[in-house]
Design a protein around this ligand. Structure first.
Ligand SMILES: C[S@@+](CC[C@H](N)C(=O)[O-])C[C@H]1O[C@@H](n2cnc3c(N)ncnc32)[C@H](O)[C@@H]1O
Length: 230
């Protein structure tokens, strides 16, 4: 089973992913940070790109609260169908799309890019395309939020990398989920993303990955990024 098949199955019968429509809490803190620091005027008709949007909880939040124009992309047809059915919003364009392929958007056209626990499932080749595309479409004044899996302090992740290697650096094939995921050390993340963009803040937090009735302790990075050419 490849990652896409895993996610299709997951949305049909969820064990891992949330189908809640409440926005993700750490993403809300990023939006508050943008607002408090006046980095972007969120009420100025901004454009948001929600990569791996799932059922659209964070896309809906941006359109409902800030009248943002949102592109919500996910490669699960089921997730996109559920997002579209939840409520049709004239400002949101949900599309079935792979975020590891070229983005059909113009240069410097996006104010905020969201990647809420999505790109950690990309392979290296896809990640390189995704990074170049994020840097290309982000406006010079734009910001990006990434929530991803951390290596530091996550014994579960480090054990999986050793026992179930995923074939590329710091990846594992999750033994229960059959999905390949990348974990990042802080320095590795910075080195990679700083080639294209500029990491301005990184914070590590412990969270829980639910699977069925079980909950696994995991560490996540919350990363705030700006355009290198700002
Ligand atoms: C953990 S879920 C998070 C969903 C959403 N960001 C949220 O916060 O509710 C990860 C999502 O990324 C999507 N995804 C993973 N790899 C992808 C890819 N290569 N292209 C598009 N979507 C992808 C999955 O289908 C899934 O919906």
């Amino acid at each position: 089973m490849n990652n896409q098949q895993f996610w299709e199955q997951e949305y049909k019968k969820s064990q891992l992913v949330t189908q809640s429509h409440k926005p993700q809490k750490d993403f809300l803190r990023f939006i508050k940070w943008i607002k408090n620091n006046k980095h972007i005027n969120l009420y100025s008709g901004i454009t948001v790109l929600d990569l791996g949007c799932g059922v659209g909880r964070n896309s809906f939040y941006m359109a409902d609260n800030y009248d943002a124009k949102v592109h919500g992309w996910d490669f699960s047809s089921d997730a996109i169908e559920k997002a579209q059915k939840f409520h049709s919003h004239e400002l949101i364009n949900f599309q079935m799309r792979d975020i590891g392929e070229k983005f059909p958007l113009g240069d410097n056209s996006v104010d905020i890019i969201l990647d809420v626990t999505a790109s950690n499932a990309l392979n290296e080749k896809q990640r390189s395309i995704y990074l170049k595309e994020c840097a290309r479409v982000l406006k010079p004044s734009g910001f990006m939020y990434v929530r991803t899996l951390a290596k530091e302090g996550d014994k579960n992740a480090q054990k999986m990398v050793k026992e179930f290697p995923g074939g590329e650096y710091d990846t594992y094939m999750h033994p229960q989920l059959n999905v390949t995921e990348r974990i990042f050390s802080g320095p590795d993340f910075k080195e990679l993303y700083n080639q294209y963009l500029e990491v301005v803040r990184m914070e590590r937090k412990t969270g829980y990955q639910a699977f069925g009735k079980q909950r696994y302790k995991r560490n996540y990075w919350n990363i705030y990024i700006k355009n290198k050419n700002a």
